[in-house]
Design a protein around this ligand. Structure first.
Ligand code: SF4
Length: 384
């Protein structure tokens, strides 16, 4: 199962989506990080397909579309579009998380005029009468566009059923994170990561089955024993994802990652959504009141960094790895507030950057290894 998940993570030509389309004749819509309301797409019979860049693919034409001093994900996404890897998708949703994604949605409209392209604007005002009204309207526009792309119209009962299915998914992912938090040796993050990545391209029902099977297997596996590793929280990797080799490197360097920002669409809400009442309202209210804080979501001045400290405490982490993609504005603009909060709280931290196609990990290995050792040797250390 893990081999298949790793293959699905690496194979950017979306073989599982192609197979699904051949089997069902359904509509498949891609979406970029971080969050889209997958329940709504599912209720309209659409397969939501999470895209997280091109990983290690060679960029040939994608570079021509962007200046050199931005992150890697948009150019690799352009490359995937132009080399035919995303042909099986009937459209794309670009959530509002940064200017780069916003511009990419405009470029996509010009490059692929025959496909659905939707820029999903989300509120930064969390008042029900303002941001709530706005977001409800946005969901209506999205739903209508899906119908125009061949999806069935939105039915409240179908949406309630989809919410139930995604609540099961939410619960299983939460269990996985909780098990890793308690016993990180049972759930190596490299495994958790490929499990989550596979969930971006598989039907949720199939992925729920895999998560259940994985949980059962690792709970029963007595060969996995605790090691003397430092417990760390990894933050900053919410959009462009680190290469799998980087995650393995951190673990081999002596870090147990006990909380992270990977594949946040699976954990965007803290709690399960209500399964009765108005299901569109359930999506709206969850977005306003229950979404996790992060750099792409407005937080009042003075509050930045508080969530990080709470997460460190909840996870029982001994240190923080600020691990962000190069040139990622949202992550790197927030980082000084995060490091300041960690320093104030006396929590050791270290920071480094990556790109999705980083292939050399030696420097990071030494940095993370030294960090983990310093935590184990001097638990009171505060990294400058
Ligand atoms: S990696 Fe950062 S800057 Fe790049 S598209 Fe994602 S959020 Fe935007």
């Amino acid at each position: 199962m893990l081999e298949r998940c790793e293959e699905l993570t690496r194979d950017t030509s979306l073989p599982s989506v192609r197979a699904w389309k051949e089997r069902t004749g359904g509509v498949a819509i891609g979406f970029l990080p971080i969050y889209v309301p997958r329940e709504l797409l599912h209720a309209q019979g659409v397969l939501p397909v999470g895209l997280m860049g091109g990983g290690e693919i060679e960029i040939i034409r994608g570079d021509a579309y962007y200046q050199s001093y931005i992150c890697h994900l948009p150019r690799s996404t352009v490359e995937l579009g132009l080399n035919g890897s995303l042909d099986c998708l009937d459209g794309m949703i670009f959530p509002a998380i940064c200017d780069v994604i916003r511009n990419l949605s405009g470029m996509w409209q010009m490059m692929f005029p025959a496909k659905l392209v939707h820029y999903l604007d989300v509120p930064q005002d969390f008042d029900r009468s303002m941001g709530g009204r706005f977001y409800r309207h946005e969901l209506g526009v999205l739903s209508q566009k899906l119908v125009e792309a061949g999806a069935r119209p939105l039915d409240p009962d179908a949406l309630r059923a989809s919410i139930r299915t995604y609540n099961v998914h939410h619960g299983l992912v939460a269990e996985l994170y909780e098990l890793r938090r308690r016993e990180p040796w049972r759930v190596p993050t490299a495994e958790l990561y490929v499990m989550l990545r596979a969930g971006l391209v598989l039907p949720v029902e199939e992925h729920n089955g895999m998560l259940g099977e994985y949980l059962e297997a690792v709970r029963a596996d007595e060969s996995r024993r605790p090691m003397d590793q430092a417990r760390v929280l990894l933050t900053g990797s919410f959009c462009e994802q680190p290469p799998l080799g980087l995650i393995k490197t951190l673990e081999r360097a002596g870090c147990y990652i006990v909380d992270d920002d990977f594949v946040q669409v699976s954990r965007w809400f803290r709690h399960a959504l209500p399964e009765d009442g108005d299901p569109v309202e359930a999506l709206v209210e969850a977005f306003l009141d229950d979404a996790i804080p992060g750099p792409t979501r407005y937080v009042d001045e003075g509050e930045k960094g508080r969530d990080l400290i709470e997460r460190v405490e909840r996870a029982g982490a001994e240190g923080v790895l600020f691990c962000a993609p190069s040139f990622c504005d949202p992550a790197l603009l927030d980082q000084p507030m995060g490091t300041a909060a960690a320093t104030r709280a006396g929590i050791p931290w270290t920071a480094f950057k990556y790109s999705e196609d980083t292939g050399q990990f030696q420097v990071i290995r030494e940095q993370a290894g030294t960090f983990a050792d310093s935590i184990k040797l001097w638990s009171e250390v505060t990294t400058p």
